[in-house]
Every structure is written in structure tokens, then in C-alpha cells.
Design a protein around this ligand. Structure first.
Ligand SMILES: [Zn+2]
Length: 277
């Protein structure tokens, strides 16, 4: 590339970065909240491809799996209680059929408090599902859809697991407006738990309990196969549903460490992935 093209392209990207995205294009809580759905323009917009929300002073989560730092991102009174109550009866997919979405179709509505930037990022996250999976997010039609996701900027990032019935909250506040975080929360809504909650996780990963912050033991709960199904999939360290190594650390040290046998495989995979990018 010669110098003049380089200068020109730098100027264009600087101008774009400066011109896009105000805080109100992310979340504007001063407006009244209505239920809306995404439109074609949201799906076609590529606003999200060139913006770092930290420039707006928004504290984005560096680990997309964490949600509200102290409480995790699965909306349950207590994961333990949930498992106990559902013992008769969710790769980590929830087993109860009534918790699954019929036909892989998930109706949703979206808060009008989201601005154009957030709408474009949410559309992009849904598009990940539409291009890579059989799950379809569809605009809620009140005449047809009783059960649906209500995506709104409540407090942090959280979701329930699977279909719970009626207007089911998914919270994505401004710090959660990143494609990876949204894909993660929507995975919970689809019916998936965290990867390290798998019944067989102790064969793959160690929880370093002495580094886990007080009161966060629940975040490392395992679920038995009455609650979840592994769907015959192998344990996936790279899953978007797997906590990062420092999740819920009280000491600043790692809370999750892969078993020695797998460490070399993981570092090879990571190297290959990063050299592809
Ligand atoms: Zn999660």
C-alpha cells in the first residue's frame, strides 16, 4: 500500500470512529420502554464492526460468560436448589421437554431503549444462530406466541435456561452489548448450561476452590445427567459457554485449570486458531 492510500484509509477510519455511536445509540434509559422487534436495517447494519464501547466509558465484560460478577448470569434463586427440585425430571442441553422451544423457533421482543448500535449488535448475534445453527429467533407475533424472550437492559447480563413460559426476561445492559456476550446469554435461553457444569467435567478441568471468591461456590456446580444432556458431544474448552480461567476468582489467581493431560492439546488448538485469524 502506498503512503497516500494509507493516509486516506486512516483518515476514513478515524472519521467513521468519531462519527458513530453515542451512548444513546447503545442504551437510553431516559425514554419509556416499549416492546419492539428488529428490522432489516438492524440486520444489515455493520455499525458494530468498528466500535469499542469502552471509548464511551462503558465497562464491558472481558469474559463474556460472567454476567453480573458476583451472581453469575443464570437467573435462578440458587442453581443447587434448581438441580434438586428438577432432579426427577440441561452438549449441556436441558432435558425437560417442556423447557425446549418448539420447532427451534424462539420468539422475542426487544426494548425500545436500545439504540441503533445495540440493535445492530443484537441482530448480529442472532445472525450467528441463523447462519450456523437451526435455531431461529423470530419477531414475536402476540396472536401466535405466548412464550417469548423479552430482551431488555435490566441489570447486567443474565438469562434463564430454556423456555420458562410467558414473557421471559433476558437482560443485556450496555456492558453486555457485544456479540460474544449476547450469543452466550441467548445460548442459556435456548437451553444450555455452562460447559464446566457438565457431569463429566472433573475428568477435564480442576476447580481451584481455594481461589474461588466467598459465596461463589454455586457458580461451579456440576449437573447430573438427569438435568442435562451432553448431546454426545465431547468436552469443549473453547465453548462460548465455558468460563474463563479467572472466573469468580477472589484471590486474582486461576479458578479453572485444565487437567495436565489436555493442556498441550489446548495450547496447540489456541495457536492454530490464532494463526488462522
Ligand atoms: Zn452464562
Amino acid at each position: 500500500m502506498n503512503n497516500s492510500i494509507l493516509i486516506l484509509s486512516t483518515l476514513i477510519s478515524v472519521t467513521l470512529a468519531a462519527s458513530v455511536v453515542t451512548i444513546k445509540q447503545v442504551v437510553d434509559k431516559s425514554t419509556s420502554e416499549l416492546e419492539t422487534t428488529l428490522n432489516d436495517a438492524d440486520f444489515e447494519s455493520n455499525l458494530h464492526e468498528r466500535y469499542d464501547l469502552q471509548q464511551l466509558g462503558i465497562k464491558v465484560k472481558d469474559d463474556p460468560t460472567i454476567g453480573n460478577y458476583s451472581e453469575g448470569d443464570i437467573l435462578l434463586e440458587s442453581p443447587k436448589k434448581f438441580v434438586e427440585e428438577n432432579n426427577k425430571l440441561g452438549r449441556n442441553a436441558i432435558r425437560q421437554m417442556y423447557r425446549r422451544w418448539p420447532n427451534g423457533e424462539i420468539p422475542y421482543t426487544l426494548s425500545s431503549q436500545y439504540g441503533s448500535y445495540a440493535r445492530s449488535v443484537i441482530a448480529n448475534a442472532m445472525n450467528e444462530y441463523h447462519t450456523k445453527t437451526c435455531v431461529k429467533f423470530v419477531a414475536r407475533d402476540p396472536a401466535r406466541h405466548h412464550d417469548y424472550l423479552w430482551i431488555h437492559p435490566d441489570d447486567g447480563c443474565y438469562s434463564l435456561v430454556g423456555k420458562t413460559g410467558g414473557k421471559q426476561p433476558v437482560s443485556l445492559d450496555s456492558g453486555c452489548i457485544q456479540v460474544g456476550t449476547i450469543v452466550h446469554e441467548l445460548m442459556h435461553a435456548v437451553g444450555f448450561f455452562h460447559e464446566q457444569s457438565r457431569q463429566d467435567r472433573d475428568a477435564y478441568i480442576d476447580v481451584v476452590w481455594q481461589n474461588v471468591m466467598n459465596g461463589a461456590d454455586d457458580q461451579f456446580e456440576k449437573y447430573n445427567l438427569n438435568v442435562i444432556s451432553h448431546l454426545d458431544e465431547p468436552y469443549d474448552y473453547a465453548s462460548i459457554m465455558h468460563y474463563g480461567p479467572y472466573a469468580f476468582s477472589g484471590s486474582g489467581k486461576k479458578t479453572l485449570v485444565p487437567k495436565k493431560l489436555y493442556r498441550r492439546i489446548i495450547s496447540t488448538v489456541t495457536r492454530e486458531t490464532s494463526s488462522e485469524g
